[in-house]
Ligand binder design. Structure first.
Ligand code: COA
Length: 165
């Protein structure tokens, strides 16, 4: 099967919305309270993604055999206290395509695009309870450098920043 990584087009919006829903439910059920998680998923339907793709946000997709298996969103680092210039805001795969190397390929492509656009260094935030993501970023050579907290429906959830120089 052919595997490819490319910039998303507006017509990918429906497939990305579906990946987003499946991956977020799989990764965050039991970590983010149900109501908050549903709210976040419902806000990001096809129309939301079509707008995100058309606006400045850079959305990448990984395709396998012609269907979208995952996406990443990348851009400038938002955390002033960290000196790295680039950030992967999100990197998610459909549950059935996890664990076969696609995440590593998408991560490498995202990192390369950020470097090509002149951003030196890279940050990724992951929820501390998302142990799969933590092992993934550790395995990819990230240094775990900072911590933060996100509040979802009154629940405080810790997050960890990984950096690459
Ligand atoms: C995290 C994620 C992007 C990783 O992509 P992937 O394609 O599944 O990972 P790969 O197959 O490329 O694996 C690369 C390495 O990461 C590690 N890894 C990946 N997922 C893991 C998991 N769930 N638990 C433990 N280790 C994991 C593996 O040990 C693997 O190392 P190996 O090559 O030595 O076996 C993907 O599983 C995913 O979308 N998960 C759900 C959503 C999520 O948590 N996204 C990140 C939010 S910050």
């Amino acid at each position: 099967m052919t595997i490819g990584i490319r910039k998303a087009e507006p017509q990918d919006a429906e497939a990305i919305a579906d990946v987003h829903q499946q991956a977020w439910r799989g990764a965050y059920s039991g970590i983010i309270p149900h109501r908050a998680l549903n709210g976040m998923i419902n806000r990001r339907g096809t129309q939301w993604w079509a707008n995100a793709i058309r606006r400045a946000a850079t959305v990448l997709v990984v395709e396998i055999g012609g269907s979208v298996a995952g996406y990443a969103t990348i851009g400038r680092n938002r955390a002033r206290e960290l000196s790295q210039q680039g950030e992967i805001y999100e990197l998610y795969l459909r549950p059935e395509y996890q664990g076969i190397g696609l995440g590593s390929r998408l991560f490498a492509a995202a990192r390369q695009r950020l470097a090509e656009s002149g951003l030196a260094g890279l940050v990724v935030w992951a929820l501390e309870e998302n142990v799969g993501a933590l092992s993934f970023y550790e395995g990819a050579g990230g240094r775990d450098i900072a911590e933060g907290v996100e509040i979802f429906d009154h629940k405080a959830v810790k997050k960890v920043a990984f950096v690459w120089d």
